[in-house]
Design a protein around this ligand. Structure first.
Ligand code: KG4
Ligand code: ZN
Length: 331
């Protein structure tokens, strides 16, 4: 069961990938739909589902060709089955079930958030565990203790917005195109974070949890009161980014200290942010996803699918129901 075809359609990326042995990426095809959603200022769910229909089969074909394998050499099909936009999930899960049935291959459903975390582990031959794990994406903000691949203890999550969601909303307030995260990082480079006193508040009684909606509101009120000069926009971007990222760093430091851990795996789209990487102190050994694996991709799905199959065997292709939410921690 070494060669895995991964499929990812949880949101607005249509992706397919072939991965060998859980780590060796033979192909990683990502068709971003961003340009189609730009005019809506965010992801338009119905459009995302329809675009997956157009893009998925060509993406799977490309993934096989680029990997230099035929369908006969595929040992397992892994698909992101939760959480995500329901219509979008149904497209990927439906396609994966059909292929598993037609090709007579085993099939597993993979949790997209856990896969983001696995992306940071994927580049490492020898994992130093236990470790801290942080998923910072458009839909999720979670801090976990990783005992092993597939074994996690939830330490904290967001009580309101996800961090990437806050970047995207503040981006929109500043008149930046979607997704706001990379745009804010670009503006923040020329901004002075000390010009605005934004903070991401502590959650009462939960020192390892996150809250970003208050921070977002602080930016909203600041913007409402003034006609922004270009430099002010840059300063606001820098001050917001600094507050949001420092919230992640402070929770990691607290958790690392109290649990006696020195290794951190960081996954999800926000892990692309260069300023975040500067802010981690040198006494922590921090691992990030290899290039191309921070944002939504199918290589992390195929990679983690390999481990799930090793541990739990296949899921029934005709039984698995995708879920838009993540009720249990990961599985
Ligand atoms: O992991 P991802 O592709 O999708 C989800 O599973 O949500 O993450 C997308 C999120 C978006 O909110 C985007 O604005 C954010 O990641 N993002 C960034 C950066 N690049 C992407 N946020 C801050 N700085 C970045 N450089
Ligand atoms: Zn994601």
């Amino acid at each position: 069961m070494s060669i895995v075809l991964g499929i990812e359609t949880t949101c607005d990326e249509t992706a397919a990938s072939v991965v060998k042995g859980g780590r060796e990426i033979l192909s990683n095809i990502i068709h971003s739909q961003t340009e189609h959603h730009l005019q809506f200022g965010g992801v338009y769910p119905e459009l995302a589902s329809r675009k997956h229909i157009d893009l998925l089969i060509p993406a799977i074909d490309e993934a096989l060709i680029q990997a230099g394998v035929t369908r006969h050499e595929i040992d397992l099909i892994a698909v992101a089955s939760k959480p995500g936009l329901m219509g979008a999930l149904l497209m990927g899960v439906g396609a994966a079930k059909a292929l598993a049935y037609a090709w007579k291959k085993p099939f597993v459903g993979v949790n997209h958030i856990e896969a983001h975390l696995y992306a940071a582990m994927m580049g490492q031959k020898n994992l130093s565990l236990p470790a801290l794990g942080v998923v910072i994406s458009g839909g999720h903000t979670s801090l976990v203790k990783i005992q092993a691949v597939g074994e996690y203890e939830l330490l904290g999550g967001t009580v309101d917005d996800a961090i990437g969601e806050a970047f995207d909303k503040v981006g929109r307030m500043l008149g930046l195109p979607y997704p706001g995260g990379p745009q804010i990082e670009r503006l923040a480079k020329d901004g002075d974070p000390s010009k605005f006193a934004f903070t991401s508040p502590q959650v009462k009684g939960k020192p390892l949890s996150f809250s970003f909606s208050g921070l977002k509101t602080q930016v909203l009120y600041t913007i409402k009161e003034r006609q922004l000069e270009d430099q002010e926009k840059k300063d606001i971007a820098a001050a917001f980014q600094e507050a949001a990222l420092r919230a992640v760093i402070s929770r990691c430091l607290l958790a690392a200290e109290s649990l006696g851990l020195r290794t951190v795996f960081v996954g999800g789209g926000v892990s692309n942010n260069k300023r975040l990487r500067e802010l981690f102190p040198p006494h922590l050994q921090v691992f990030y996803p290899p290039p191309g694996l921070s944002l939504d991709n199918a290589a992390m799905i195929a990679g983690l699918g390999y481990h799930i199959y090793q541990k739990k065997g296949e899921s029934d292709p005709l039984d698995l129901i995708p879920s838009p939410t993540n009720k249990t921690l990961f599985f």
